[in-house]
Design a binder for this molecule. Structure first.
Ligand SMILES: C[S@@+](CC[C@H](N)C(=O)[O-])C[C@H]1O[C@@H](n2cnc3c(N)ncnc32)[C@H](O)[C@@H]1O
Length: 248
């Protein structure tokens, strides 16, 4: 494991070309939601934010192995403009794949309209083909046999790309010290589908360390960085505990 307190651009420079098996990362969304720390509002305007995104995305593509997946979390603004940016950019190796929609049902809601309770994990493969371990993510079927042929199903079905997961009521309730913690079940399914055991997974915006925890639980190697000292220290503790549990 190689996890450091660093700015993502500095950290990415230390990684070799075509060396990482899967990237899952959750950048600042530029919506001003960061618990007052300022990491989500450090740009003057959208143009500046997108220009910064272009730089780290380009580096991510460089370090990712061919035929593997780059997964970037996004919501609200980023689901439109970051996606647009990536799909109109000169990163010709990137091929858009089905996005994952994580739907949840907690937190505050405005009474003036339906509550928007989902986020996207945008997925781009490096190259047209990509690893997908369908057998490792099968879920139980509602129907036990094929209604047309009468044949019993011998295995589960591949999930759709819409995943409802609610293992906590609010982000704070879940981890307590980071405002945007991702769900471990969601991360686990992404990891199982798009990587093999012992593969190396990269997260350049580690936050509370959720990608690392899910990676360790699933027997993968994790590398990455986090620029905030407090988050880095707390996530390092969380990751160490997880590693200890795994080796006990
Ligand atoms: C959206 S949060 C990631 C949350 C994470 N997925 C989790 O489950 O806890 C983004 C994180 O990126 C960090 N960050 C912001 N700018 C950064 C940069 N330039 N380099 C590295 N980390 C950065 C922030 O401190 C924040 O913890």
């Amino acid at each position: 494991m190689n996890y450091v307190k660093s700015d993502c651009m500095d950290y990415l420079k230390t990684i070799k070309d075509n060396s990482v098996d899967l990237i899952i990362t959750d950048p600042p969304y530029y919506i001003g939601f960061d618990g007052g720390k300022g990491w989500d509002s450090q740009w003057e305007n959208e143009k500046e934010y997108l220009s910064w995104c272009s730089k780290w995305v380009k580096e991510c593509v460089r370090v990712l192995k061919p035929n593997r997946m780059l997964t970037i979390w996004g919501t609200l603004k980023t689901e439109t403009f970051l996606k647009f940016k990536l799909e109109t950019s000169d990163l010709v190796e990137l091929f858009p794949q089905n996005e994952i929609i994580w739907s949840y049902n907690w937190g505050g809601r405005d009474k003036s309209n339906f509550a928007r309770k989902h986020e996207y994990a945008w997925c781009w493969s490096k190259g047209e083909k990509f690893l997908f371990n369908s057998e490792d993510v099968l879920q139980p079927r509602k129907l036990k046999k094929n209604l047309r042929t009468g044949e019993k199903y011998s295995k589960g079905s591949i999930p759709t790309s819409v995943w409802e997961k609610n293992n906590h009521t609010t982000s704070k309730d879940y981890i307590g010290w980071h405002p945007t913690t991702k769900n471990l079940d969601v991360l686990t399914r992404i990891i199982r589908a798009y990587s093999n055991e012992k593969d190396t997974i990269l997260d350049i915006f580690m936050g509370s360390g959720s990608t690392a925890v899910a990676a360790i639980r699933n027997g993968r190697n994790i590398i990455g960085c986090e620029s905030d000292e407090e988050f880095y220290n707390l996530s390092s503790e969380r990751i160490q505990k997880e590693r200890k549990l795994k080796t006990e």
